[in-house]
Design a protein around this ligand. Structure first.
Ligand code: PLP
Length: 408
């Protein structure tokens, strides 16, 4: 992209040539906003309200308890797992939907502890998402592990023969920095340690290949657009499926749940990673939302994401002053959001939202822009930077009070 090409028509042209442009029409987005927060809460796919209304009125309201069989409620978690497996490059029957990401991390990390008895180290990085660190800390206390939280660039140096598990988030929720999954998985395996990947900021935003990775988790409400509180998922590599242990032994993970046996015995394969009754309405909403990805090549999703993030960074460089791009400039090293550092991040974002561009902020002073390739248009990138320019030129952020709500 050269400076001469930088005007709105350039981005309109990119939208005309975008092979994924049709995906945006599958979403119900308010007409007057540029929504760049799909990495926190994905927008509503247009067909989902009808599917959920049907589930409430006809399935729950009319068919009542028969719905578990008649409408496949019982197998929804597995079905959602199959659909997500394709998106993350996993083989069939290795992924199951359910619970929250935090619970999934707990289950997966504890399963790792049971597979590496005698080892006493857990390696993670300081950029990991807080809930991941909290859950890992809890498992570490129970497993007798020492936690080593390194700088993200130094992970491989800290994996040793005492390391049971390397637990990392693939794409950093703040900076957008993406780990080299294959290289770090290999580094863990060289020391015969296991590896657990959190895919919250990757799944639905790029093509993924879990390869030899042992365990993975991810969430359903960000780039998968499953709705607020949509279930998460857990992945277990096929080589562990017949031995993996779920620390939360519930009846959904039982081999014969309706035999009502008094003793627990693990279900077949990935099924054993389930716990208890799932929020079926949320699972239905997630399952329907995944239709958006039907027939879509994830490599095309990634190609568009790279283009969107590249344009965004380029426009910030060319047209804004006072913002530092903290997201890696090498597209191979970033995910699908771009973060800008500015000491007045919070007030600037509030002023930008008043201009119709919705992103969010993360401490200490980052403005975060999620460029979800499914529904974000190239022209949205232009609009976001232009309106940010306006906010800075007119200094409208100075009129924003410091007060804020509980959710940022
Ligand atoms: C969003 C996110 C979570 C969310 O965890 P929940 O238990 O689903 O609330 C966890 N980890 C990462 C890295 C995330 O981005």
């Amino acid at each position: 992209m050269t400076a001469a090409m930088v005007d709105r028509t350039h981005f309109e042209r990119l939208d005309r040539d975008d092979p994924l442009a049709h995906l945006r029409r599958r979403f119900s987005l308010p007409p007057d906003i540029v929504y760049l927060d799909g990495n926190s809460l994905g927008p509503l796919p247009s067909h989902v309200p009808e599917v959920v209304a049907d589930a409430v009125e006809l399935q729950w309201g009319t068919d009542l308890i028969k719905s578990w069989n008649r409408h496949g409620w019982w197998s929804l978690a597995a079905e959602v797992g199959q659909r997500i497996a394709r998106l993350i490059g996993a083989s069939p029957d290795t992924v199951i939907g359910g619970d929250t990401t935090t619970v999934a991390i707990y289950k997966a990390a504890w399963a790792a502890a049971r597979m590496r008895p005698g080892r006493r180290r857990l390696v993670t990085d300081t950029g990991n998402f807080p809930t991941d660190l909290y859950a890992l800390e809890g498992v570490a206390r129970q497993a007798g592990w020492e936690i080593v939280a390194t700088e993200p660039g130094d992970i491989a140096d800290f994996i040793d023969e005492d390391t049971a598990l390397v637990a990392l988030t693939h794409v950093d929720y703040r900076t957008g920095r993406k780990h080299d999954m294959a290289a770090l998985t290999e580094a863990a395996h060289r020391a015969e340690a296991l590896v657990l990947w959190d895919l919250c900021h990757s799944v639905g935003a790029m093509n993924l290949d879990l390869g030899e990775a042992d365990l993975a988790v991810g969430c359903g409400y960000k780039y998968l657009n499953g709705g607020p509180g949509a279930p998460a998922f857990v992945y277990v590599h096929p080589r562990h499926l017949e031995t993996v242990e779920n620390p939360i032994q519930g009846w959904w993970g039982h081999a014969r749940p309706f035999e009502m046996e008094t003793a627990w015995s693990p279900g077949k394969g990935i099924n054993r990673m389930q716990v208890g009754t799932q929020p079926i309405l949320s699972m239905i909403s997630l399952s329907a939302a995944l239709d958006v990805f039907d027939g879509v090549e994830m490599t095309e999703i990634r190609a568009k994401s790279e283009l969107l993030t590249e344009s965004f960074i380029h426009l910030v460089d060319e047209r804004l002053e006072g913002f530092e791009v903290v997201t890696p400039r090498d597209p191979r090293r970033r995910g699908s959001h771009v973060s800008l550092q500015h000491p007045e991040a919070r007030r600037i974002m509030a002023a930008l939202i008043a201009e119709g561009v919705v992103g969010d902020v993360r401490p200490p002073s980052l403005l975060r822009f999620g460029l979800a390739p499914t529904f974000v248009r190239h022209v949205d990138v232009w609009e976001a930077v232009e309106r940010l320019r306006k906010v800075m030129e007119e200094e409208s952020w100075r009129r924003v009070p410091a007060a804020e709500g509980p959710v940022t």
